[in-house]
Design a protein. Structure first.
Length: 213
């Protein structure tokens, strides 16, 4: 399964080291769990994935990580998932094609289409899994901005980052943080490359601990 630069930067954008119990919903290859484990050395992480084939990829990647003892891989549907302990952080890069052609394989369709897991379902179930002072982090298509800002939920939009591939292109992803605080909304912009083949200064700063020169 391919790992996108946007997913890597999303994981690096999430604040480092304030979290102790993290739920990664739809882990796929396990990339977000691995990034968060490195940035939150005290955290225990549950990596949730519905697709058995994706679980094989995630298990391989996690087992080869020095953080493997802190990541539990669970092959289960988020809609039925429960936990005896609450989490202080929920993260997800959920499927983002709502009305589009199906992929060539069932597993690829599951990974890409909202039929299995819409981001609003993640937010809706958060009350059952997340501590009152916890945070939700999602990576979404930029087209979801209006829906995010008009969402009626106990969770408030706290941060939004507009992610664009280059300075001359429109944002194609948004990274968001939701919580129950009453702090003012913080809006940010993150550019991946200043020009083809050259990471922006901010992208280099965020990923410094993950990419080899």
């Amino acid at each position: 399964m391919k790992i996108g630069s946007d997913a890597v930067l999303f994981g690096c954008w999430i604040p480092s080291d304030p979290y102790r119990r993290i739920l990664d919903i739809g882990t796929g290859t396990g990339i977000l769990s691995l990034i968060l484990a490195q940035n939150n050395p005290q955290a225990q992480i549950v990596a949730l994935e519905i697709d058995p084939e994706a679980c094989l990829d995630a298990r391989h990647n996690i087992s080869n990580s020095p953080c493997s003892n802190r990541i539990e891989l669970v092959n289960e549907n988020y809609k039925q998932f429960s936990s005896p302990e609450e989490f202080d952080c929920l993260v997800s890069n959920p499927p983002f094609f709502h009305q589009a052609l199906r992929a060539s394989t069932p597993s690829r369709t599951t990974a890409r289409h909202t039929d299995q897991l819409h981001w609003q379902n993640i937010v809706g179930r958060a009350k059952d899994l997340l501590m009152a002072e916890g945070s939700i982090f999602l990576m979404l298509p930029a087209s979801e901005e209006k829906a995010v800002k008009s969402l009626e939920s106990p969770w408030n939009l706290r941060r939004i980052c507009y992610f664009q591939s280059r300075p001359d292109r429109d944002p194609h992803r948004i990274f968001i943080q939701l919580d129950r605080s009453t702090n003012l909304l913080v809006e940010e912009r993150l550019i991946y490359q200043d020009e083809p083949g050259k990471l922006s200064e901010k992208a280099r700063e965020l990923t410094a601990n993950f990419y080899l020169d």
